[in-house]
Structure formats: structure tokens, C-alpha cells
Design a protein around this ligand. Structure first.
Ligand code: GLC
Length: 442
């Protein structure tokens, strides 16, 4: 992440990150509006649209913050005719993906609006699961140039806009200021610093990351690989994974995962296990997404309030690389309430919704003017830092292809074998190359 300097450490308390809240059973029913108004005259008789409350279902992964509850509350206040029911999906993006595919391939209308991981839009658009948004955006004057370009572009496929970005993620290094003076600049420095800090101040580990066989592993792998000059697919979609940079990056990842300073069961760690151990004060360093800061500052959950600072991930031979993540909102093509679904999507991804998600959820906005807001700037030192916005814009995408889930699965399987010591880095990239070429030729 060129140009992304160390981010200032700040220690105010804040509510947390990731998202969401309560969930009840989804319904598609319309319910009558609350108390009927005094009998109107014939000319005042309200149209059915004014008297009926429409219920829409909004699906998203588990939210560990108040962000989603606050968002829905603000939307319902502004739209008394629309009720939003939140349906909680698994926090593992791969599991959520599979549930959506099952639902949409059966043309289910059980949800109206949903959050999509940045890696899904090409696949979902091609499969015909999404309502195109161009006409609605034009009609309501939504300007794409107000959004972080890469995040908006990630929802553009086949010349149409299918999603609107809600928040952006980039991999970052978080460290304990009571244990670490200066954040390490390179992966070799990180290894030394994590070894040295391990056991200090009541910690049990030097470093935490996501090394389970799931999507988060792919993000960690992309960061190591890119830091050493590696690549998976080139701009034309050709498989180029078998290259010296990828091998070198994978070797460094294996060194970290097989070290004494990570938990012995690190290959079962997703974001949840790693952030929980970190806020319990068990480690000096963690690789995670921006929400980690707000979570660490939440006194109700964290034992390390005021003791955390943020830095770019360490560099390899080719520099420091952050994986690009983030979530967007889209509308189910089979929704029976597309009008209300659009109202909610527009609110959630617009200035008001993104401000709520930043302040109450610790999520990094994609709507650029929101970064000028004083409350947003107070919510995380990242949000007041121009280098952060440049940094996330330069973050590295995972391969953009409609067969991404299959490519990801190959990476997950092969990298997991390497981390378990079952094959060398060289064998791993050879296996990936062969499997990916077979998939792409199909
Ligand atoms: C975060 C990112 C998402 C990524 C996931 C992996 O949710 O925003 O893009 O796929 O982590 O666990």
C-alpha cells in the first residue's frame, strides 16, 4: 500500500465494528398500518399504498455491533410505511454465499435486500440473481463519482451496475502500544517482533491471523503473495500463479503459521477467533480488517481499550500489500417489493446509512463525502486519515471472475495443505496452476 503511512494512534472509546443484530423469522406479509386515522372524506381517502405497511427482509452476516440495528431504526423512522426485518446469515462469507446461491437458484423471494461480499457481484450478476440498478440510480440522481471507484466498479459487470458499495475493507496490522514501540516494517521484522513480544504483558501469542480453510485464508495468502511480487491471474484472466513471488510469499506465510508465536490451532482461526483473542489481551499483533479498531475500543467487550494502534501490513520484497475486501448492497431479482427494497438499499448505501455504519459499526465508508463528517472522523483514526483512503483504494483485489468461488476453493485447499506441512510451496503453486487451468478451460 504505497503512500499509506503509519496511522496515528488514538484512544477514544467507540462502539464497535462488524455488523448486525437481532433476527426474527423472515416474512413477506404486508400488515395493516397502526391506528386508523379518523374517517377521511371521500377526496381524502388514502390510497392502499398509504395505508399498508410493507415488510421487507434484509439479509446480512452476523453483526457484533449496534450498526445494523441503528441503521434499520433510522430507516424505519424516515419511512413509516416500510418495516425492515433483519435476517442473520453466517459470519463466514463462504457459508453465506452458498445459502444465497441455494435460495436464488430456486428463485426464492424470501429476502429483498442483501449484503454481497466484494467477490460475488460478477457471479451473481451472471447467474441473474440481482436487479440491475442503473435506471433507479439515474432516476434518484445517485452519482457514482461520490463513491470509491474500485468499490463501485466491483459491482459493475457486463456494462450494468448491480450493487452499490456499502463499506470497504483492507487488511491492516493492529498492535498493542503497551508492548510494541514501533510497528515492524517487513515480514521478517514482524517475525522477530512477534517472537520478542510473545508472553509479554500477559499475552500468550505474538501474532494472530486468519488461517482456517475458508475465504479469509485467501485474503491472508493474497497479502503474503503480493508482498513478494506474486500474482494469481493476470489482467486477461490467464493463470500465472506459478511464479517465484507467489512461492516466496507462501514460504513466508508457512514460516509464520508454523511458528511458536501463533496459537497451535491457528488453522481453525477466522476473524471471530482472532479478534476475540486479541480483545481479550492475548496477543501483541493481529492482522484484521478496519472494524478491529472499534471493537478493541469497546469497553463492554475489550480488555485493551486505549492500547491499540494501526499500521500497514509488513512489506516483503515487493512492498506491503493489503487485500481488498468489503461489502455491497443488492436487490434480489425475485423480490416482491422492489420499490421498498430500493428505498432501503439507497438509504443504507447513501450518506446517512454509511455514516451510521461508520459511527456505530466501525465500518469504512465508500461514499467519499462521509469522510468529511466530524463524527465519522472521531469514530476511528483511520477515517480521519487521508492515507487510509488512498491505501484502501490501492488494496489488492482477489481475482475478478464469475468462477471466483471455484478459484478460491483451489487456493483454500492447496494453501491449507502447505500450512499443514503436507506439501512444499513449489508443489502447492504447481497444483494450483493445474487446477485453475482446468477450471478456466471448462
Ligand atoms: C471481510 C471482507 C470480505 C472477505 C472476508 C473474508 O468480510 O470484507 O471481502 O471476503 O472478510 O473472511
Amino acid at each position: 500500500m504505497k503512500g499509506f503511512k503509519r496511522v496515528a494512534k488514538i484512544g477514544f472509546s467507540l462502539s464497535i465494528a462488524l455488523s448486525l443484530a437481532a433476527c426474527s423469522q423472515p416474512q413477506q406479509t404486508t400488515t395493516p398500518a397502526a391506528p386508523p386515522a379518523p374517517t377521511p372524506s371521500a377526496s381524502e381517502t388514502p390510497k392502499p399504498a398509504d395505508t399498508e405497511k410493507v415488510k421487507i427482509v434484509y439479509a446480512r452476516g452476523k453483526d457484533v455491533t449496534q450498526g445494523t440495528a441503528k441503521l434499520v431504526e433510522a430507516f424505519e423512522q424516515a419511512h413509516p410505511n416500510i418495516d425492515v426485518e433483519v435476517r442473520e446469515m453466517p459470519s463466514d462469507t463462504g457459508q453465506s454465499h452458498d445459502q444465497y446461491v441455494t435460495m436464488f437458484s430456486a428463485q426464492s423471494s424470501e429476502i429483498d435486500v442483501f449484503d454481497l461480499d466484494v467477490i460475488w457481484p460478477a457471479e451473481f450478476a451472471q447467474a441473474g440473481y440481482l436487479l440491475p440498478l442503473d435506471r433507479l440510480m439515474e432516476q434518484d440522481g445517485i452519482k457514482t463519482e461520490n463513491y470509491i471507484k474500485g468499490a463501485m466498479d466491483a459491482g459493475n459487470f457486463g456494462g450494468q451496475q448491480w450493487t452499490i458499495p456499502k463499506f470497504i475493507d483492507a487488511g491492516l496490522l493492529f498492535y498493542r502500544t503497551d508492548l510494541v514501540k514501533e510497528p515492524p516494517k517487513t515480514w521478517d521484522d514482524l517475525i522477530k517482533a512477534a517472537q520478542a513480544a510473545n508472553g509479554q504483558g500477559g499475552t500468550k501469542f505474538g501474532y494472530l491471523m486468519q488461517a482456517k480453510q475458508y475465504e479469509g485464508l485467501v485474503c491472508n495468502f493474497v497479502e503474503f503473495s503480493t508482498a513478494y511480487g506474486g500474482k494469481i491471474l493476470d489482467g486477461q484472466g490467464n493463470v500465472v500463479v506459478n511464479n517465484p513471488g507467489t512461492i516466496k510469499g507462501l514460504k513466508k506465510m508457512m514460516e509464520v503459521v508454523q511458528s511458536q508465536f501463533v496459537p497451535t490451532n491457528i488453522t481453525t482461526f477466522t476473524e471471530t477467533e482472532s479478534h476475540t483473542a486479541f480483545i481479550e489481551g492475548q496477543a501483541a499483533f493481529i492482522r484484521n480488517w478496519p472494524y478491529q479498531f472499534a471493537l478493541a475500543q469497546d469497553a463492554a467487550q475489550s480488555k485493551i481499550v486505549g492500547k491499540v494502534a494501526i499500521a500497514p501490513l509488513p512489506a516483503g520484497d515487493a512492498g506491503s500489500a493489503a487485500a481488498l475486501g468489503g461489502w455491497m448492497g443488492g436487490i434480489n431479482k425475485y423480490s416482491t417489493h422492489p420499490k421498498e427494497a430500493w428505498e432501503f438499499l439507497k438509504f443504507m448505501t447513501g450518506p446517512e446509512g454509511q455514516k451510521i455504519s461508520a459511527v456505530h459499526g466501525g465500518l469504512a465508508p465508500t461514499y467519499l463525502p462521509v469522510y468529511e463528517d466530524a463524527e465519522v472522523q472521531k469514530a476511528s483514526p483511520l477515517f480521519a486519515n487521508k492515507d487510509f483512503i488512498n491505501g484502501v483504494s490501492a488494496a489488492v483485489s482477489r481475482p475478478t471472475t464469475p468462477i471466483y468461488p471455484k478459484i478460491s476453493e483451489v487456493i483454500q485447499i492447496e494453501v491449507s495443505k502447505a500450512l499443514a506441512g503436507q506439501q512444499t510451496a513449489e508443489q502447492t503453486v504447481q497444483n494450483m496452476e493445474k487446477a485453475m487451468k482446468e477450471l478456466i478451460q471448462k
